[in-house]
Write a protein that binds this ligand. Structure first.
Ligand code: GDP
Ligand code: MN
Length: 389
């Protein structure tokens, strides 16, 4: 789960990591008032969306008075902000963070992520003197500019790891201890809150030589949210894909993608294989959808609705291996769904496994139009040709 910058900064502050003074505003008027309250004259107005790259997209503006802050907010609140992380459709801005403006001497990058390479799966601290830029870009163009320090939870975090980062960044003496402290606190947040990613980009050195977290992104492990009600409360459903939210509520795993072949599959492995085969057959999957091993007819119906409410979908592939989930139950779910929604899309069905004969019989007897495929690749080829025509 992702949270907003202002929420992440609140957590940083609670742990003693310095952040600028700020207020959240939902209207330009509130933004103006927030700027007066902050009372520093110069402020920065920042769009709050669950995506980075806001600066380049026009979602961050400096203002030298409350009046200017109000004007800047008029331009930002309500705008559809497009950044490299939002996709071309962008994200509507509902609120802004108004903060005291900072005089920046240098922008650094500091982050903690899970390192999945070499079967480690434990946190790695990353830092770079090329702050403010996308870390992916630094990583591909100047990998030598990224300092990485392993933080194995079995060993826990020690000061020397923080100092290694600080020396690597070429910091001056007093700031080394300060950064080491910040890294220790960041690691504590990461572990205590079950974060999966924390990025402070930029962590700045101010003109008066302080370290300050100017931006912050935090992601949390969805499967650990049950033990963090305080984090769960920060969820902003408005930032999530409505279909993905509906799927979550129905207990099916659905991730929207950009293609036009809708897939309904049981089991994550089979779902990924199905997507690969669609690509191999020259098509593009519209989604990843795993209805799970024990889906009910109702859940199948729900999954079908979710799948077909994406109007990019031009053809559907149902690929079910009946294990615990019996094929006849799948067939009933499809028929149920089709009778409730106007299903006119071409459909290819591949059923195998438990009660496959009964399942096919049920589908055959219905008025549904679909093609049966025996083999998996054949099914993929068929559905791709449907989607193309
Ligand atoms: P992002 O573009 O979504 O990552 O948003 P950031 O919060 O990282 O802001 C982008 C850039 O705006 C930063 O890298 C800074 O260069 C600039 N910026 C943000 N806040 C301030 C500020 O208070 N003062 C100044 N001078 N620049 C700022
Ligand atoms: Mn940033």
């Amino acid at each position: 789960m992702k949270i907003h910058e202002f929420q992440a900064k609140k957590i940083l502050k609670d742990y003693g990591i310095p952040v600028p003074l700020g207020r959240i505003a939902k209207t330009p008027q509130e933004a103006g008032e927030a700027a007066s309250e902050i009372g520093t004259g110069r402020v920065v107005v920042k769009a709050q969306i669950h995506a980075g790259g806001r600066g380049k997209g026009g979602g961050i503006k400096l203002a030298s008075s409350p009046k200017e802050a109000e004007e800047a907010s008029k331009a930002i609140i309500g705008m559809v902000l497009v950044t490299h992380q939002t996709g071309p459709e962008g994200r509507k801005v509902e609120k802004v963070l108004v903060e005291e403006a900072t005089e920046i001497k240098k922008e650094l990058y500091l982050g903690i992520a899970i390192d999945r390479s070499q079967n480690k799966e434990h946190p790695v601290i990353m830092a770079s003197e090329a702050g403010g830029m996308e870390i992916e870009e630094v990583s591909s163009k100047n990998p030598e500019k990224i300092i990485k320090v392993d933080a194995d939870p079995l060993v826990s975090f020690s000061g020397f790891q923080g100092r290694k980062v600080a020396y690597g960044l070429g910091l001056e003496k007093p700031m080394i201890a300060e950064l080491t402290g910040i890294i220790g606190k960041l690691y504590q947040i990461f572990m205590e809150k079950d974060a999966s990613l924390i990025e402070i980009n930029p962590l700045v050195i101010t003109e008066d030589n302080r370290l300050l977290a100017l931006d912050c992104k935090m992601n949390f492990d969805d499967d650990a949210l049950f033990r963090h009600p305080d984090i769960n409360e920060l969820r902003d459903i408005g930032e999530e894909d409505p279909l993905e939210v509906e799927a979550k509520n129905a207990g099916v795993n659905y991730i929207k993608l950009d293609g036009n072949v809708g897939c309904m599959v049981n089991g994550a492995g089979l779902a990924m294989t199905t997507m690969d085969l669609i690509k191999m057959a020259g098509g593009e999957p519209a989604n990843f959808l795993d209805v799970g091993g024990g889906a009910s007819a109702k859940q199948i119906e729900k999954a079908f609705r979710i799948l077909t409410s994406d109007d990019k979908v031009k053809a559907i592939l149902v690929n079910i291996f009946g294990g615990i989930l019996r094929c006849d139950r799948v067939a009933n779910g499809i028929i149920e769904a089709a009778s409730n929604i106007d299903l006119t899309l071409p459909m290819v069905v591949r059923l195998q496994g438990t009660n496959v004969e009964e399942g096919r019989e049920i589908l055959k007897k219905s008025s549904l139009k679909f093609e049966v495929a025996e083999g998996l690749y054949q099914a993929a080829q068929k559905v791709v040709s449907f989607a193309k025509s």
